[in-house]
Design a protein around this ligand. Structure first.
Ligand SMILES: [Zn+2]
Length: 64
């Protein structure tokens, strides 16, 4: 009887940080994905796309 609308998922992108290439922990909330590198403090919103090669991660800071 308990629906959870604010589900939070966390995962780690191996070498996902564009700055220091450390493992990048990503937290997906209702507002979207948020990534904060524990190594260098980089923050961003990664976009994860599933391709035939696996997961593809891109970082959009602005509309491209
Ligand atoms: Zn980093």
């Amino acid at each position: 009887m308990s629906e959870v609308h604010s589900e939070t998922r966390e995962y780690t992108i191996p070498e996902g940080c564009p700055v220091c290439e450390a493992d990048l922990p990503v937290r997906v909330t209702a507002t979207g994905p948020n990534a904060v590198c524990r190594h260098c403090g980089w923050m961003g919103r990664p976009f994860i796309t599933v391709t035939h090669q696996g997961l593809r991660v891109s970082y959009g800071s602005a509309a491209a």
